[in-house]
Design a protein around this ligand. Structure first.
Ligand code: OSB
Ligand code: MG
Length: 371
């Protein structure tokens, strides 16, 4: 698999409904897509970095320049037998995991196509369908949130996750539980609390939550371990799990009982598989997180979710929840049972709508081998 050239594009896509977390509200996405051109086969990857450095220090413009100056030049012109060889060439660059993941995952996509294998099989997946949950952002009113939950439950989703922050938490959870006593419910704080709020966080134990996601600082493991000792509710770590070592540390220190795996956050499929394997060994269930991806990243999340220890419903849901028209064909659909069916076709099983992507593109740059 010779990497002859790498194309970066930025596409702009308005969300069908705004998405609000403890760090802010998004109305539309700026998405960096990476295409690797390998001897007649194109592989696609999505950089999940946001529009601003709020979820993580990476954001689209830092990913773009890092890709152009450092990551693409480190692999372009090389011949790889497998995408698994990619991380070693990028290792000199510290951090920038979302940019690295976009490139590595594009190579996995190319490798799967070149070997005419389904990507999920190449990754080591075992399922032919995956269970889906939804992540519902902070709304303008609790009534609006309840209405959204009602719609998602009717659509068949198997787990509802709501975003929380100080001022939008206990009252909201109370209202949800008084209407739906038995649904599988979790919440995600995106680091909105500190250890001083331990007494407040203990109130969450009343709501029979599947988990509370990332209550404390994004770069912390130690204080989450302190908090987990005093909470009945399972902590799930998202932001803190930046690589397999962080996952091992979190598991060994009992900082969480569940881990959210985002392939972009951890630097690519190779590292995501490593985290999956560590957690399986230690009986820590994992699930696949989402970053409001276009179809390119969504298809990759679906493939990853077929690995055996992805045993809880993820944040991977239907295209129509985000986009009027997604950039893949077919769109991602979820069954009335809340499942996505996995197909046996080579690659991701979804065709990239290149014409639509071209129309959505606002900047484009190609890096070629010097030879
Ligand atoms: O914390 O999981 C998160 C979206 C953007 C940034 C962080 C998060 C999220 C989500 C949305 O929860 C998941 C999705 O529907 O893609
Ligand atoms: Mg999260």
């Amino acid at each position: 698999m010779k990497i002859e050239a790498i194309t970066l594009r930025e596409i702009r896509m308005p969300l069908v409904h705004f998405f609000e977390t403890s760090f802010g509200r998004t109305y539309g996405r700026r998405i960096l897509l990476v295409t690797v051109h390998c001897e007649g086969v194109d592989g696609w990857g999505e950089c999940v970095a946001g529009e601003d450095p709020f979820y993580s220090s990476e954001w689209i413009d830092s990913s773009w320049i890092t890709m152009v100056r450092h990551l693409a030049p480190a692999v372009v012109g090389r011949s790889l037998d497998s995408a698994r060889e990619c991380p070693a060439f990028l290792g000199k660059v510290r951090g920038h995991r979302m940019a690295k993941a976009a490139l590595e995952n594009a190579l996995w996509d190319a490798e799967a196509k070149q070997k005419t294998l389904p990507l999920w099989k190449l990754l080591g997946g075992t399922r032919n369908e995956i269970a889906c949950g939804v992540s519902i952002g902070i709304q303008d009113s609790i009534e609006q949130l309840l209405e959204k939950i009602q719609i998602e439950l009717a659509a068949g989703y198997r787990r509802i996750k709501v975003k929380v922050r100080p001022g939008w938490d206990v009252k909201v959870l109370e209202r949800i539980r008084s209407r739906w006593a038995d649904i599988t419910l979790s919440c995600d704080a995106n680091s909105a609390y500190t250890l001083d709020q331990m007494e407040h966080l203990r109130i969450f134990d009343q709501f029979n939550l599947l988990m509370i996601e990332q209550p404390l600082w994004d770069d912390d493991i130690y204080y989450h371990a302190r908090l987990q000792k005093d909470l009945r509710t399972a902590i799930c770590l998202d932001e803190s799990i930046v690589n397999a070592r962080a996952a091992a540390m979190a598991v060994e220190t009992s900082a969480c009982r569940i881990i959210n795996v985002k392939v972009g956050r951890v630097g690519g499929f190779s590292e995501a598989i490593r985290i999956h394997d560590i957690c399986r060994e230690k009986n820590i269930p994992v699930w696949c997180g989402g970053m409001l991806e276009s179809g390119v990243g969504r298809a990759h999340n679906i493939a990853l979710s077929t690995l055996a220890n992805f045993s809880l419903p993820g944040d991977v849901s239907a295209s129509r929840r985000y986009w009027k028209e997604d950039v893949i064909d077919p769109q991602v659909e979820v069954s009335p049972q809340g499942m996505i069916a996995i197909c046996a076709q080579p690659g991701t099983g979804y065709r990239i709508k290149e014409d639509l992507i071209e129309k959505l593109t606002v900047r484009k740059e190609t890096i070629r081998a010097n030879t």
